[in-house]
Design a binder for this molecule. Structure first.
Ligand code: GAP
Length: 440
């Protein structure tokens, strides 16, 4: 796929516009004026987001014997976040502009207020990004709870539970997909940085001596996951953090970066967390989180390699990479060249006309395909308009049922990217589409 790497603010607007117009992503509480930095996923968006998460789960859990999944609670007691280091260090430096009173993240503004241009700021204060709430009807310290700012801690606190119930030994991983919450000071760029978002994280427990090797392995795996799902290689790169920039827990971090419309920025981080988390939780809880290697008769605290991705951020990158405008029959069309595994609809069944004769066979075709593919069914407007509508939301295949179909028991399959059309017998339609999506 071709791609232009120069920053392109227009592309962001086009994708935001398409996302709203076609039911991918809506501003949350829009009828009340919107609630900043929260978004709702519409009928097409929820399909696509589920597909992103399913593709991740398939590659990280289903296709492996060394990784299992969990789904941990979002609410947690302060003890977890004290041990993880989040209560103390999960902060951003916050400054107020003395002139216009706007509040900013100090490390994001280069000393100049983006609102009024002033260079006069208050002293930086550490602002904790966690959402604090209260569990139960009684207020006070005993009732304090936090919404998790990352899914990772659920994997560490369940380390012994998973080891005791699943017969795994290092190297093995625990994976989780779920919502996380951060009171970001400057949420921005659509769903790139929001206060409520979804993460896809995996904690891979290894013998300390093997940590570096596995760190490199997971960097490679995760980079290739995005390539495999259609992000062009020239829009992805790796960025290894300098030692001085590492988070409190990290012995090494490499980001997979994507060329967003505003330039290169983080898509996913892969970190070597050492034994930081298991040691912290062992010390704080009094429960040893270790592995006993029977063969070597040795007890040790595994190191953790963590590929940490954002589901919502990844969906945005897939949308940006897929967005194209090209020319078909002298007309400009918008097309999302999404991998079929990510597309909200994989197939659209389009009866050529609304005439009742076509309905029976069209519904028959739909019934054949629906158990295997996410299908749309559209009878409104001209066939050309309907093709464009499907192109715009990334549907890889349109199946047109026409009056000849009644005679020859065949339909026309149109390819989204090439617009090429082929006639396929209904009896062979499913196997033909499975072949075209490499499922045979
Ligand atoms: N457990 C490690 C961890 O949470 P992180 O780099 O803070 O690491 C991992 O987050 C990924 O989660 C990021 O690369 C990004 O894709 C996603 N993410 C983090 N903060 C986000 C936010 N405010 N909005 C959307 N996605 C976010």
């Amino acid at each position: 796929m071709d791609s232009d790497l120069s920053p392109d603010p227009e592309l962001l607007d086009k994708v935001i516009n398409l996302a709203k117009r076609r039911g991918f992503i809506f501003q949350s509480a829009e009828i009340y004026g919107g609630f900043r930095s929260t978004y709702d996923y519409g009928p097409l968006g929820v399909n696509m987001l589920r597909n992103v998460k399913a593709a991740w789960w398939r590659s990280m859990v289903q296709m492996r014997l060394d990784v299992v999944g969990i789904d941990a609670a979002i609410l947690g007691p302060p003890a977890v976040w004290a041990a993880s280091g989040h209560l103390e260090t999960f902060t951003d430096p916050l400054v107020d502009c003395r002139k216009c009173k706007e509040r900013w993240r100090e490390d994001k503004i280069d000393g100049v207020c983006p609102n009024c241009g002033s260079t006069e700021f208050t002293e930086a204060r550490a602002f904790n990004l966690m959402f604090k709430t209260q569990a139960g009807p009684v207020e006070g310290e005993g009732a304090t709870a936090y919404l998790r700012p990352e899914t990772a801690q659920g994997m560490f606190t369940n380390f012994n539970n998973v080891l005791a119930t699943i017969r795994k030994k290092p190297p093995f991983g625990i994976a989780q997909i779920g919502k996380s919450f951060r009171n970001e000071i400057t949420p921005q760029n659509f769903v790139f940085r929001t206060r409520e978002f979804e993460q896809m994280e995996m904690e891979y427990f290894v013998a300390p001596a093997e940590a570096e090797e596995w760190y490199r392995y997971w960097i490679d795996q995760r980079f290739n996951w995005y390539l495999d799902l259609g992000i062009p290689s020239d829009r992805l790169r790796l960025h290894e953090h300098a030692l001085a920039d590492l988070s409190h827990y990290s012995r090494g971090t490499t980001d997979v970066e994507f060329a967003y419309p505003w330039g290169w920025d983080e898509l996913e981080g892969i970190a070597n967390r050492g034994d930081y988390d298991l040691t912290q939780h062992s010390n704080a809880s009094g429960t040893k989180l270790e592995y006993f290697d029977q063969a070597a008769n040795e007890r040790y605290t595994p190191y953790v390699i963590e590929p940490a991705a954002g589901a919502t951020r990844a969906m945005m990158a897939f949308l940006l990479a897929a967005y194209h405008e090209d020319e078909v029959e002298g007309e400009t069309r918008t097309v999302l060249r999404l991998d079929w595994r990510l597309a909200p609809y994989q197939v659209a069944v389009l009866p050529l006309s609304k005439k009742p004769e076509l309905e029976g066979v069209s519904k028959e075709v739909l019934a054949i395909l629906q158990p295997h593919f996410a299908c749309d069914y559209d009878v409104t407007q001209s066939i050309g308009r309907r093709y464009r509508r499907q192109d715009e939301v990334g549907t890889p295949f349109c199946i047109t049922v026409d009056f000849d179909s009644l005679e020859d028991r065949a339909v026309t399959v149109r390819d989204r990217d090439t617009t090429a059309q082929v006639r396929v017998p209904i009896a062979e339609l499913l196997s033909s589409l499975r072949e075209r999506t490499n499922q045979e």
